[in-house]
Ligand binder design. Sequence first.
Ligand code: SAM
Length: 424
Amino acid sequence: MKNLKNLKNFQGKQSRKQNHNSPPEQKILPPQSIHFQIEHIDPLGQGVHLHSIDDSSDRKQVTFIKKTLPGETGTATFLAQKKGVLFYQLEKLIDQSNERVTPSCPHFFECGGCDYLHVNQEKELHYKKLAFHKIFQKNFSDALQNSPLKIRSSSDRLKYRNRIQLHYDRKQKIIGFFNLKKEIFPLSSCEMMNREVEISFQKNISNNQWIQLLSNDELTRKILHPERGHIELYNGQIAINERYAHLGFTQVHEKMNRELKNLVQEEIKSWLKSKGLNKTNILDLFGGNGNLSDELVQEKIAINAQVVDLYPNKKGNRPNQTHFDLYEARGANKLKNQFLKNPTIPVNFPVIILDPPRGGMTNLHEFVASFEPKMLLYIACDPHSLNRDLEILKTHHKFSIEKLYLLDFFPGTHHFESMAVIVF
Ligand SMILES: C[S@@+](CC[C@H](N)C(=O)[O-])C[C@H]1O[C@@H](n2cnc3c(N)ncnc32)[C@H](O)[C@@H]1O
């Protein structure tokens, strides 16, 4: 009786949901396998195919297929459906692009790490440039027109990473990267590891030694070394389930980090010169271990450089460092008040270096209002965040984008660093 009442209630709700004039929309499940034709590559390096939902209409659904190229056709198997778009995995190629090359890594087609090893480095950079333009074209086409995107390519395409993160499942005795289905798959090696990480990988991971690294003590097992987690290899070191392997953030690609540091220094010096100055105060937000500002202090370009970061780092506490949550509500005012209480910290920072995590900094305008910089170097590992944050900044402050850079920090993957040189 109760069940019948529930059923009637359910049917009543369902019929109220339907529009009386139109037939109920049928939910069509995505097919297990499809034939595809790739239209273009999206900013995440995935091939885009428009999948016909049914034969009777021309409704199409955006479908992403990694490791494919424009013009290619073939078959692909269903992976997932999210927010109205479909994800498929390449199964078989029928028409191959002449851009395609044989990937240097045997795991490339299953691995979720790399996106571009099926083209050469020049093509990869071409797709990254297209991605940047696509993201910035809508809001900042003027900036791109006035000062074309400047590219800093990497001399190393492989073996550049000084750290890798591996996922483990203790029960199944499996460790590796995530595949395209977000499952752990074991790997014999990774083309991106530098020599030191490779040695550590062969010693600790490939022969199942990693299981010995996890504690069997019940409490540790529960809190620090659970059944599933991650192990990070950082040059000679190992960290288990820590946010960063070696006490705080460090850049993964040392040669490109040198390139970035040079650029930051050149841009600040050139701006100072244009103002008839040779030194200034610098606020290094999300500054980590002072990677981007320390040399400016040593060179006496920075009279005072304040490094602000939430997490501890390998250099430990230094006088010019503040541990602070930069996403905190009214954080800009709080940081300013904290600085005001310390007479050794200046009140005025004509230059801000900003290098946030992937999520960017939507409250940037508050920091600009509080610290009144004349120049801002915004370094971003996600160009979408950079674009969004500058769009928000535009509604609060007047500024111009003097230069835009793309630094190929993560060859093989769709990721790159961007830097915007901004003056107020
Ligand atoms: C992309 S890294 C940049 C680090 C540094 N600029 C460098 O070049 O090594 C981002 C930094 O943001 C810091 N961070 C993450 N969340 C934060 C927060 N809520 N407040 C302040 N810093 C944060 C991390 O510790 C990390 O050092």
